[in-house]
Design a binder for this molecule. Sequence first.
Ligand code: HEC
Length: 198
Amino acid sequence: MRKFLFGAFAALAFFSILLFQSSCTQQTEKKQMTQEEMIALGKYIVTSSGCNDCHTPKIMTDMGPMPDTTRMFSGHQQNEVLPPLDVSALGNQWAATTMSLTAWVGPWGISYAANLTPDNGTGLGAVTEEMFIKSMREGKIKGVGRPMLPPMPWQEFRNKTDEDLKAIYAYLMSINPIQNMVPQSTPPDKVGEVLATK
Ligand code: HEC
């Protein structure tokens, strides 16, 4: 009887170890996403977080500005001429944007939405995953450069999980590279010159 009890106990212990191990393996399997899954998650996040609004040029329709689907995420277009604006009317209380929603003027000067496509020279091609995460967490261009200007909402996006930010990066690296050299931001004292009423 004693032997039987011991045997039963040993068998029970053996099976619980097996069960425990298999549940552990399942957990790690769940955490590890394939590259395709990462890209799909990234696409979902990017297309539901308004990145398009600022980072894609627009075409005018009867329903207002709509994203130009041939130039997705390529940022403010290098050949887009800013319409003139009387900046003295803005003062320090107003900000303004172009109809494309890619250029923004306010007390910080003029900011131009960045090219988020993986183009090497003009987009995020040379930005590593680590630099990208740093840029979104610390609000610095390329993760190491100058502070990001408004209205890039990094203060909200910084709260995304590591997994989400990695997925966003994976998706952005998977889209078509578009060559488009977004202009450098304009400092506040040069805004008048750039937007002078012609
Ligand atoms: C309300 C407008 C707006 C929205 C929405 C927005 N951005 Fe931006 N973003 C900007 C502007 C403007 C800049 C350029 C800021 C500067 O030059 O300092 C920028 C810059 C960036 C940069 C820096 C690029 C570099 O060279 O380091 C990244 C990365 C970026 N945005 C990613 C995103 C992603 C991803 C989303 C969506 C999850 C998003 N942005 C949504 C306006 C926006």
